[in-house]
Design a protein around this ligand. Structure first.
Ligand code: UDP
Length: 401
């Protein structure tokens, strides 16, 4: 079981003390989180750490996952895309299936807690199917600044019933009138994905997953998703490759609530056949946190060429490992990177900018080291799980005391 004390030495003792102080009016309060997957993607990542730590702080915190069929998740993925600006055919059948899945879940999941926290659009309509006896909070991790108008209007019908909402960035609140909170996501430095690994373990993982280390590695770790622009990453890589002999790794697991992943993976595989054959491009689809950790540590550069990005925990994770990051200036990424100080930011369509920066980082060890060191300290200050825990404790106090 995770314990708050385990973070001593990583964060200042004042932070640990503040957590206990904020928790002392919340002992025994029952809080429930609901989302749609227990692995793959940033939300599952955060809840896996946050829920045990809330319990250690003295709150009775639980976590439920809405049971969804492929149909539901293919609809909610379309919602996700449309909330980020895509078009959508908002048909009656889509709405019906969406509502049905939420109603079904409500019949076998009783929510009699003191506070309910619903994550993202998949379980959003649950609020329709309960007699409301407590505050409900909608925590949305998506960039809501340019949503599809008709979908936004439809979803607002549910959102307005909530007492408050949490978003990752001020601009994501859109036109919602209720009380809102900004909580930046964060990483847990003690998980398999983020803890320091010794050389023996790193070697073992490299061998197990057959990762060649004879040439510099450039890596993007992301679900196979068009917003993460894997094809764009390959185009950048081709430019880098003209100047430096290196390899590209695209590592993307298949999240259970993202049915598009396989399609995009197949397309990348098809488009980049010759790079795969020559060994210049390696596609990995394993679900392995330790593999992600190793890749983030051994790569010369981590690239995150997203076109849209709610926050981008993969960026935080790489910064924490002191590996230089070259990323798009979109969504939550600029919250984490100050260009030229602790990483580099480019317009997602600036392939040359990305490529030249990667080449410079591979050629200049001193620069890579300086940027990497600054990245880790920035994360320590702003983006560790202990800070999220404090944000939630403050928010729960405001709702329950
Ligand atoms: N992730 C992973 N394996 C993969 C790809 C991604 O464990 O093959 C994790 C990644 O390390 C990060 C999360 O999934 O913790 C992705 O979060 P992010 O905010 O970057 O993007 P999202 O998937 O939520 O859009």
């Amino acid at each position: 079981m995770k314990s708050i004390n385990d973070y001593r030495g990583i964060v200042d003792d004042r932070i640990i003390s503040n957590i206990y102080k904020l928790a002392n009016r919340l002992y025994g309060k029952r809080v429930i989180h609901v989302n749609s997957t227990y692995y793959g993607g940033g939300v599952a990542e955060i809840l896996s750490s946050l829920v045990p730590l809330m319990n250690d702080a003295g709150i009775d915190a639980g976590w439920r996952i809405i049971r969804g069929s492929n149909d539901l998740f293919s609809i909610t993925k379309k919602f996700h895309n449309a909330l980020q600006g895509d078009s959508i055919n908002l048909s009656t059948i889509k709405k019906k299936l969406y509502m049905q899945a939420n109603e079904d879940f409500s019949t076998y999941t009783h929510l009699d807690h003191d506070l309910v926290i619903i994550h993202d659009p998949q379980p959003l309509p649950l609020i329709q199917f309960y007699k409301k006896r407590q505050p409900w909070i909608w925590r949305c991790h998506i960039d809501l600044s340019h949503p599809h108008a008709e979908l936004w209007d439809y979803l607002k019908g549910f959102i307005l019933k909530y007492d408050s909402m949490i978003v990752s960035h001020e601009s994501y609140k859109n036109d919602l009138p209720m009380r809102h909170y900004i909580i930046n996501p964060a990483i847990d430095p003690l998980t398999h994905k983020n803890k320091p690994l010794n050389d023996v373990t790193i070697k073992k993982i490299i061998n197990k997953f057959h990762i060649p280390t004879d040439k510099p590695l450039i890596t993007q770790i992301s679900r196979f998703d068009k917003w993460k622009d894997p094809i764009g990453v390959i185009n950048v890589f081709k430019r880098v490759k003209k100047k430096i002999d290196c390899r590209l790794i695209l590592c993307g697991n298949m999240a259970s609530d993202d049915p598009e992943g396989l399609k995009i993976y197949e397309k990348v595989k098809q488009d980049a056949q010759h790079l795969i054959k020559s060994g210049d491009l390696i596609l990995l689809t394993y679900e392995s946190h330790i593999l992600v950790n190793v890749l983030q540590q051994i790569s010369r550069v981590i690239i995150q060429k997203s076109i849209r990005e709610g926050f981008g925990l993969t960026v935080t994770e790489a910064l924490w490992k002191q590996t230089p990051v070259v990323a798009s200036r979109v969504g939550g990424i600029p919250l984490q990177i100050e260009h030229g100080i602790n990483g580099f930011l480019y317009d997602p369509h600036d392939y040359d900018g990305f490529a030249e920066q990667i080449i410079e980082l591979i050629n200049n060890d001193e620069l890579a080291h300086r940027i990497g060191t600054a990245g880790k300290e920035y994360v320590r200050e702003k983006f560790l799980i202990t800070r999220i825990l404090i944000d939630y404790l403050e928010l729960i106090n405001q709702h329950l005391n």
